[in-house]
Design a protein around this ligand. Structure first.
Ligand SMILES: [Zn+2]
Length: 434
């Protein structure tokens, strides 16, 4: 009898653990499924809408889209679903209420993206707020000039800041035939450094592929079941620091890890079905890009990037190490100039800047060479306000993790706070207004 009772309780616990949906109100799960159905439907027309989906096949569209983009129908569906979710934002269950609020913010992004896809545009800040839940701080030329003055002091040689920076950078272009091995080595190092603090699913793996003709420098295509395809674009010259930055951003502890932790802890662990689809133009991307960039400095604190480049990557690429310290010091300041791209996107979207001016700004204040600056404009044309996620997202994620870890936190405590962030269904407003 006693043994049977234990078996009975064990069976109940087992069922509860395997069917987390049963512990939630069925209503929110139904609405979450509708949110996915709608997203996948829109994705039939807008190829950039769905970044990843690994949920049930039953939620995929039954028929192939063969009509013109039904803008109004989709907008009406967003409005109707939002109204039903609104009713449960004050649900007695905090978990249900939190999910409803999260879904509402995601649907706000659906609405804006539907409009953008059909050619209806808003100003820069309105678009960013609707898509990502935040508006980025605005910086003027004076702020950027101050950063350039800092660079002026550390760059070797004579001539303009732009020329001196390019001369230094050009020493560290990875030869085309070495890109694959340099990136592979860098990503494995990022993985090793992440595994020192995180336990990742045993079956996790990634594939690396070099591609061409893309508006981005790297991309992580998350396939579900802890698998990713990481693509690196080789259209333009790739500098040695990018092997660490892009490599880590797309993989460990960047996008590959973020997607895995969402799948493991939220989708499979808590049964949150909505997590199985990731709409690219949504508040989730503020956390994804911010954490992707924050992870680089977490995995390579202090001068670790300089040391790793000097000892491993540069010899592997067959490049001389002279000047590498000055180069990394300069790229750290140039990294702070990443906000230039926001202002260029703001100017192009608000119609206060033309493409010639945009190119001038990216070269003068962003210190991008001409081919990279042109690539950056291509990116803005396709992804628009998405650019704020890389810099403002990074700033917000860093402040959030540091606050959660507490003052005088150890390195491991900071990694743990970061793990927590990557495993939560969190709103961008919670991160920014902490
Ligand atoms: Zn990214």
């Amino acid at each position: 009898m006693f043994k049977n009772t234990i078996f009975y309780f064990a069976a109940i616990i087992f069922v509860a653990a395997c069917s987390p949906k049963q512990t939630e109100s069925p209503d929110i799960n139904k609405l979450a499924e509708e949110y996915i159905r709608l997203g996948l439907d829109i994705g039939q027309y807008d190829g950039s809408f769905v970044d990843a989906y690994y949920g049930p096949d039953s939620l995929k569209p039954k028929t192939k889209a063969d009509t013109a983009f039904p803008k109004q129908k989709f907008l009406d569906e967003v409005t109707a679903l939002s109204a039903r979710l609104q009713k449960i934002t004050s649900d007695t269950s905090a978990a249900v209420s939190a999910r409803a609020k999260w879904l509402l913010a995601q649907l706000k992004a659906y609405e804006r993206r539907i409009k953008i896809f059909s050619g209806e545009y808003a100003d820069f800040d309105t678009e960013a707020k609707d898509l990502f839940g935040v508006t980025a701080p605005k910086y003027d030329e004076k702020t950027f000039q101050q950063k350039l003055d800092e660079l002026d002091k550390i760059l070797p040689g004579n001539g303009s800041i732009f020329d001196r920076f390019q001369q230094l950078a050009n020493r560290f272009i990875i030869p085309k035939n070495k890109i694959d091995t340099v990136f592979r080595t860098s990503i494995l190092e990022c993985r090793k450094r992440t595994l020192a603090h995180f336990t990742l699913p045993g079956q996790e793996r990634f594939e690396l592929e070099l591609v061409n003709n893309k508006p981005w420098s790297g991309y992580n295509w998350y396939k579900g079941n802890y698998n990713s395809l990481i693509q690196i674009n080789t259209d333009i010259n790739i500098f040695i620091d990018r092997a660490i930055d892009v490599g880590s951003h797309e993989s460990y502890p960047g996008h590959h890890v973020y997607n895995m932790l969402l799948e493991e802890n939220l989708y499979k662990g808590k049964g949150l079905i909505e997590i199985s689809m990731y709409p690219l133009f949504s508040p989730q991307s503020f956390i994804a890009e911010g954490s992707g960039n924050y992870g680089i400095q977490l995995a390579f604190p202090g001068d670790d990037r300089i040391q790793f480049s000097k000892e491993v990557l540069l010899p592997l690429a067959g490049l001389d190490t002279t000047g590498i310290t000055a180069y990394f010091r300069a790229t750290a300041i140039r990294g702070q100039l990443n906000y230039v791209r926001n202002e260029v996107a703001r100017g192009l979207i608000n119609g206060t800047m033309n493409e010639t001016q945009a190119l001038e700004w990216l070269m003068k204040y962003g210190l991008l060479n001409e081919e990279t600056a042109k690539k950056s404009i291509d990116f803005i044309k396709v992804n628009r306000t998405y650019v704020i996620n890389y810099n403002y997202g990074l700033e917000a994620v860093e402040a959030y993790v540091n606050k959660k870890a507490g003052t005088n936190a150890t390195e491991d405590q900071i990694w743990k706070a970061f793990y927590q962030l990557l495993s939560e269904q969190i709103m961008t407003t919670d991160i920014v207004n902490q």
